[in-house]
Design a protein around this ligand. Structure first.
Ligand code: HGY
Ligand code: MN
Ligand code: MN
Ligand code: MN
Length: 418
């Protein structure tokens, strides 16, 4: 297909799409904020739906709120190809995370149509609902539902405002029972392969000078919500020796998360993202603290050991402060390997195009984790400047995006024939 210079009209079109979508965000916050169920998110999906249509796709939303654009193939009875990503963001996030996978997929559709390439299989281009981690401790809402992994119990989880996930769906115009029923309702013939183009969101490709990352596996995520129960006392009169200071115990736990939750042989990381202390008055010893943390690794054995070590350390340390610790763990997603033959197809296409690549694990989770339950999946990474992501500084050069689009498009064409 067209060489790099013939992509110039494509470069303009893709740049316009990226620029236009980036204008749709919550005005009040810094960076880019289009959190799931929010108004800016609703407007962004209306824009995506229109762009899918103008790229020639038949567009519908499934019961789980995933936007699915279909490019019909020659053989409607063949298991379909699926590609896509997400357009929701974290609070004050960036403008490329997920977006590159949705707009890159639209570009692939346009390139195929302009070059008279008709696939054998239907191609499903998906903007999955709510990929980002949220108050409910459930990332990838749309792909999770599509893969049949969203349960009625999940709908009863509540966010920081005490609102149920099921009610958030209703408020967004989605019927919770249709969300649960969305599993596999995208096509009658099942899925052949899933491929996702995504920014790396880390520093490796840029440091090594690799234009393409071929993802080997996506890290498992363990989430922790810990309640530290101490005792409210007068901050001025209570001797240090008798205090039961919940925030001091939580602070020790934050450091324990950093010590125990990293150091895996291949990519182990840990983060405490939130502490809510009560009563929060300047002259009262904190009585109760809720802590939110997570650990990730592609090495599941290591992750389980780290979880056990961390639980023990947090509980022991809290005891030294006379504080009780109530720990609740959950698995946001397990480690998921990319399929060998999809990796192989990406690497042979990238070699054939004379583009440098390297194999790389993904510390970030992606919709591919859940779609991997439905068919063999693969992911293509492109570099992130200084490895920054989930912040306004997130940046990827247009040339790098175009390289990703070339590899992504050619790989889809090759997977269609596999
Ligand atoms: O949390 C993640 O890794 C993804 O960006 N949602
Ligand atoms: Mn993402
Ligand atoms: Mn993200
Ligand atoms: Mn993702």
């Amino acid at each position: 297909m067209a060489g790099p210079d013939a992509l110039n009209p494509v470069a303009e079109r893709l740049k316009d799409d990226l620029t236009e979508l980036a204008t749709i965000r919550a005005p009040e916050s810094g960076g880019w904020t289009r959190t799931v169920f929010s108004e800016p998110y609703r407007s962004a999906r209306d824009w995506v739906r229109a762009r899918m249509r103008s790229a020639g796709l038949d567009v519908h939303a499934d019961g789980a709120g995933n936007l699915i654009g279909v490019l019909p193939g020659r053989d409607p009875s063949a298991p379909a190809l699926m590609t896509g990503s997400h357009t929701d963001t974290v609070e004050s996030g960036g403008r490329f995370d997920g977006v590159v996978g949705v707009l890159g997929a639209l570009e692939a559709v346009r390139l195929m149509r302009e070059n008279g390439i008709r696939l054998e299989r239907d191609l499903l281009v998906v903007d999955f609902l709510g990929e980002e981690s949220n108050d409910f401790g459930l990332s990838c809402l749309g792909s999770r539902a599509l893969a049949g992994e969203l349960t009625r119990a999940h709908l009863d989880r509540v966010d920081h405002e005490g609102v149920r996930l099921g009610d958030r769906y209703t408020g967004f115009g989605l019927d919770p029972s249709a969300v649960l029923g969305a599993a596999g309702d995208f096509t009658t013939n099942g899925l052949h392969r899933y491929l996702e183009l995504h920014i790396e969101q880390g520093p490796v490709l840029e440091e090594h000078g690799s234009a393409i990352g071929v993802v080997t596996a996506i890290a498992g995520i363990r989430r922790l919500v810990a309640d530290f129960i101490g005792r409210a006392d007068h901050a001025g009169t209570t001797p240090m020796t008798v205090r039961r200071d919940a925030l001091a115990a939580a602070a020790a736990a934050v450091l324990a998360v950093r010590q125990e939750g990293c150091g895996a042989p291949v990519h182990g990381v840990a983060t405490t993202s939130r502490l809510d202390a009560e009563p929060g008055s300047p002259n009262v010893v904190p009585a109760r603290v809720r802590m939110q943390a997570e650990m990730r690794s592609v090495d599941v054995g290591w992750l389980s050991d780290a979880q056990r070590r961390l639980a023990q350390k947090i509980t022991e340390q809290a005891g030294e402060f006379g504080v009780d610790a109530d720990l609740r763990w959950s698995v946001d997603n397990d480690r998921v390997p990319a399929h060998a033959d999809v990796q192989q197809t990406i690497t042979s296409i990238t070699d054939a195009l004379g583009i440098g690549w390297e194999a790389i694990p993904s510390g970030a989770t992606h919709d591919a984790v859940h779609i991997a339950r439905l068919c063999p999946m693969g992911m293509i990474f492109i570099p992130s400047r200084e490895g920054r992501s989930h912040c306004p500084e997130e940046w990827t050069e247009l040339d790098d995006i175009l390289t990703g689009v070339r590899v992504h498009t050619e790989t889809l064409i090759a997977l269609d024939r596999s």
